[in-house]
Design a protein. Structure first.
Ligand SMILES: [Zn+2]
Length: 93
């Protein structure tokens, strides 16, 4: 089994901060868009076991590393928020 540890870490980060990111839409589709966009800009960190995600996560306990992840997340949240492509926001146009 191969898992991108960043996927889990970014998802946790997004769940934690989505209320502070001033998102124009918080549906699952938009959150997935933000996550996908962020992960495309983030160097993947593959692990072979979900238990090993915590070791990768431990590296980001360092404030500066965590801040750089958060900056990426906030950037991508803004891109998606400016132009949401989900059904909820395009309906009726
Ligand atoms: Zn949406």
């Amino acid at each position: 089994m191969v898992i991108n540890a960043m996927e889990r870490i970014m998802k946790d980060l997004l769940d934690e901060y989505k209320n502070r990111l001033q998102l124009s839409c918080t549906c699952d589709e938009c959150l997935d868009d933000i996550l996908a966009l962020t992960l495309n800009k983030t160097h993947p960190r593959y692990v072979t076991d979900s238990d090993k995600i915590m070791y990768v996560k431990a590296e980001f306990v360092d404030k500066q590393n965590m801040t750089s992840l958060f900056v990426k997340l906030a950037e991508c949240a803004k891109i998606v928020s400016d132009k949401p492509t989900c059904k909820m926001t395009t309906k009726g146009e």
